[in-house]
Write a protein that binds this ligand. Structure first.
Ligand code: F6P
Length: 328
């Protein structure tokens, strides 16, 4: 293993996700294991611009594997979108002897990393961290599995009220551009219908499906809606629409919101974070740059960062069919 890189900076950027701390821990400890230095960069790219760095050793990441959020804090930096901002950030890295970067974040964070690499030829490896699971080159992003379990647990509770009062619930889950959470948590929680950004099921089909549910003897129903669904109506507008057309239904809306991003990471996310953190540091030590470490067919593999940014993560269409079958 070549040791060209002597000091690695690690940052978290964009929306926080459970498992980010476990990834930070893995990055810091892999550096310690290979006897190279590591610096935590606070508040993502904004902290890089402001020189908000802290030296980190194996003991600085004690007792964080089980914690949600990110001890390094996160931010969406507008200044990093400017050439001046990126120049300042580069100067700070050089001043602090940092010669390799691990970026834990989502698509926007990787676009920034790519630009930074192109401008300064700075070695960078990405770790996918977002609950939305919308990144090409990995079957799972950090936080996704935890978020799914959180959503299913909450829908199970809502189901108690739905069935006790014979109600129809519209439950909005996160996923501005992606239906992974809605589709998988919807199946896991036994939803009657699932609305996602990737497919326009149409209002008529929704009404038709609800009518069929009623006719088949269901007294309550759960509809899961991704926040970016294609029907183009938010959960409250859908409630009004359904109540107008099916006055027999007593409809309620629950927006799950940011509770989906918090909480202790699942074992799956902790193990994934640990594997990705080790891979990211060892890739930099091997002289690799401009890749994202991801999970494909249970192996940790590298995908060129540009592909990860430009590629589209697809929902599994077979899941839509499965949902249609098991929800009759
Ligand atoms: O982390 C991704 C995401 O959860 C999206 O699904 C959601 O639209 C967005 O974050 C909201 O994030 P924020 O409130 O931090 O802007």
């Amino acid at each position: 293993m070549s040791t060209k890189v002597k000091k690695i900076g690690v940052l978290t950027s964009g929306g926080d996700a459970p498992g980010m701390n476990a990834a930070i821990r893995a990055v810091v400890r892999t550096c310690a294991f290979h006897n190279i230095e590591c610096a935590g960069i606070y508040r993502g790219y904004q902290g890089m611009i402001e020189g908000d760095f802290k030296e980190m050793g194996a003991r600085s990441v004690n007792n964080i594997i089980n914690k949600g959020g990110t001890i390094l804090k996160s931010a969406r930096s507008m200044e990093f979108m400017t050439p001046e901002g990126r120049k300042k950030a580069h100067e700070n890295l050089v001043k602090n002897g940092i010669d390799g970067l691990v970026v834990i974040g989502g698509n926007g964070s990787f676009s920034g990393a790519l630009l930074f690499n192109q401008e300064f030829n700075f070695p960078v490896i990405g770790i996918p961290g977002t609950i939305d699971n919308d990144i090409y080159g990995t079957s799972h992003t950090l936080g996704y599995d935890t978020a799914l379990n959180t959503v299913v647990e909450v829908i199970d509770k809502i189901r108690d009220t739905a069935s006790s009062h014979n109600r129809l619930f519209f439950i909005e889950v996160m996923g501005r551009d992606a239906g992974h959470i809605a589709l998988n948590a919807g199946i896991g929680a036994g939803a009657e219908e699932i609305l996602i950004p990737e497919e326009d099921m149409g209002l008529d089909r929704l009404l038709d499906s609800l009518r069929k549910s009623k006719a088949s003897g269901k007294s309550s129903s759960i509809v899961v809606i991704a926040e970016g669904d294609k029907i183009g109506k938010n959960a409250f507008e859908l409630k009004d629409y359904v109540e107008e057309n099916m006055p027999e239904y007593d409809v309620r809306v629950s927006i799950l919101g940011h509770m989906q991003r918090g909480g202790s990471p699942s074992c799956f996310d902790r193990v994934l974070a640990s594997r990705l953190g080790v891979k990211a540091v060892e890739s930099l030590l091997d002289g690799k740059s401009n890749y994202m470490a991801g999970l494909l067919k249970d192996e940790i593999v590298l995908t060129p960062l540009e592909q990860a940014v430009k590629g589209k993560s697809q929902v599994d269409k077979e899941l839509i069919r499965v949902s249609d079958i098991v929800s009759i």
